[in-house]
Design a protein around this ligand. Structure first.
Ligand code: GLC
Ligand code: MG
Length: 532
């Protein structure tokens, strides 16, 4: 592998420990064939952008055979590529080209549910109640005391009941869309199938997996009602996936799930010490988050507390200290993330406009100095904001189920070059699957690449400087007290300051390596800096 993006010390296999991983949302990254939908050859053609940006790896959202009701998170065949995105040979080409450029490839694994078009679910429908085919999913009869109603009170994350009734009267559980039936992980056929899927992609050379809904696979066996306190209600609507407004969660984070990850750990190890997995686990506490990364389980887990923190020095500092304490206990490195395909882009979360962008850059710079790895979401290196997608263009199943805005606004295709849509997203002149705003000309990769003050230039500088210390600055962080409005810490030779207040802050002595905005002896509000 080329060493341009690869500062990992010789002899270490755990490349992910301090890596920067770039999330590619396959439908919206680059379109090679002009159908307005991103695809695998499109990604391959744009890999040089990622190498120049200086990330270590990319994570690609699901590109497997799928009816696309949840844009690929409804998988009908785990070991093939959807024709929309290409063929298996395109996946091989992508992995090979990425490796040539020194980039690792992480693929998405969706084990909590299949598509309703998966052969197993179709067989379950055909075979009827009581069959071994139905026993791969969570089919149940009406409750005897409440005929005609779902087996329990659980709600789908995308809104509405988590149960759908089939023609013969049985109900099946779906924690997400009704086209995403949940598997029964207590049935040994289910873990066996996924072990095969892991091996299939490992054999094709992928470096790791992002495990979708990793906290969901097991439900409390009784499938009892969820206790909802007066005034509370189960999280619903994808935007609220992050808001845990009930504490009783018989559908999430059950202890049995950890045995699955112990067995996957062994499979990854057999394939090589340099293969990894990262969990998408929305857990309630830092301690339950850390359980997923015990030494014999997965390598990493997303740390959503960082993304959920308000713009406040106290909130950021709390997340840093509690995260480090939790993962230190199990010997894992932390992870950090500010945006992904399920949440409002962080420029917009921090208020949008100039101030939102300044804060987003400052939070990003702070994150990138922390030990562990950072996950970036495509388009954040361009400073993109959440787009207000017109109702007729919205496609998120959560919007279709609830009428609430949903996640389309962070999934608008990337502007690469040119002055009008589709901004070289694809070869044609037509609008992509979600229309792009007409004021993105100044935000394209092409426009920003030649502007040293652009957000793209800022990310590129930050990643270049980060490579110089990521592996040598150690994993210790000492928090400094520079007042209630400032997040400040030292990590090895690097001092980091983030000003969340409204007044400028005196910069301590030292050379400013990089700042997220203009600095001049003082650190202005909404700005962060790295000093040495
Ligand atoms: C995860 C994915 C999300 C998807 C859901 C169901 O949370 O990130 O996009 O809708 O799982 O698979
Ligand atoms: Mg296409």
């Amino acid at each position: 592998m080329a060493d341009l993006n690869d500062p990992i010390p010789a002899g270490r296999d755990d490349w992910w420990r301090h890596a920067v991983v770039y999330q590619v949302y396959v439908r919206s990254f680059a379109d090679s064939d002009g159908d307005g939908i991103g695809d695998l050859p499109g990604i391959t053609s744009r890999l040089p952008h990622l190498a120049e940006l200086g990330v270590d790896a990319l994570w690609i959202t699901p590109f497997y055979t799928s009816p696309q009701h949840d844009h690929g998170y409804d998988v009908a065949d785990y070991t093939d590529v959807d024709p929309l995105f290409g063929r298996l040979s395109d996946a091989d080409d992508l992995v090979a080209r990425a490796h040539e450029l020194g980039l690792r490839v992480v693929v998405d694994l969706v084990p909590n549910h299949t598509s309703d078009e998966h052969a197993w679910f179709q067989a379950a429908l055909a075979a009827g109640p009581g069959s071994p085919e139905r026993a791969r999913y969570l089919f149940r009869d009406d409750p005897t005391d409440r005929p005609g109603t779902p087996p329990n009170n659980w709600e789908s994350v995308f809104g509405g009941p988590a149960w759908t009734q089939v023609d013969d009267g049985q109900w099946y559980l779906h924690l997400f869309d009704s086209t995403q039936p949940d598997l029964d992980w207590r049935n040994p056929e289910v873990p066996e199938m996924f072990e095969g899927v892991l091996r299939f992609w490992l054999d094709r050379g992928v470096d790791g997996f992002r495990v979708d809904v990793a906290h969901g696979l097991f439900k409390e066996a009784s499938l009892r009602d969820q206790v909802v306190e007066p005034g509370g209600r189960p999280a619903s609507g994808a935007g609220e996936m992050v808001e845990r407004n009930v504490s009783d969660e018989p559908m999430w984070d059950q202890p049995e799930v950890h045995d699955v990850y112990r067995s996957w750990h062994r499979i990854l190890d057999e394939a090589g010490a340099d293969r990894m997995a990262v969990a998408e686990a929305w857990t309630q506490t830092p301690e339950s988050m850390a359980a997923f990364v015990r030494p014999d389980e997965l390598d990493q887990t997303f740390n959503f507390a960082w993304l959920l923190a308000d713009w406040s020095a106290e909130a950021f500092a709390d997340v840093i200290t509690s995260t480090l304490a939790a993962v230190e206990g199990v010997g894992a490195a932390p992870t950090w993330v500010l945006s992904n395909h399920d949440v409002v882009r962080h420029v917009t979360r921090y208020g949008g406009g100039e101030q939102g962008l300044a804060r987003a850059r400052a939070a990003t710079l702070t994150m990138l100095a922390l030990p562990g790895s950072s996950y970036l979401y495509q388009g954040e290196e361009l400073g993109l904001e959440q787009v207000d997608v017109a109702p007729e263009d919205r496609q998120d199943p959560s919007y279709l189920r609830t009428g609430e805005v949903g996640r389309d606004g962070c999934r608008v295709p990337i502007p690469w070059a040119g002055t009008e849509a589709p901004y070289a997203f694809g070869p044609g002149a037509g609008q992509p699957w979600i229309p792009q705003p007409d004021d993105w000309a100044a935000l394209t990769v092409g426009a920003q690449a030649t502007d040293p003050t652009s957000t793209l230039a800022f990310y590129t500088d930050a990643l270049r400087i980060r490579r110089g210390f990521a592996w040598t600055a150690g994993e210790e962080v000492s928090m400094l007290d520079l007042g209630a409005d400032v997040v400040a810490f030292e990590r090895g030779p690097i001092t980091v300051l983030l000003n969340c207040g409204t007044a400028p802050v005196e910069l301590p002595a030292g050379e400013v390596l990089l700042a997220s905005g203009p600095v001049d002896g003082t650190l202005p509000p909404d700005t962060a800096a790295w000093l040495r």
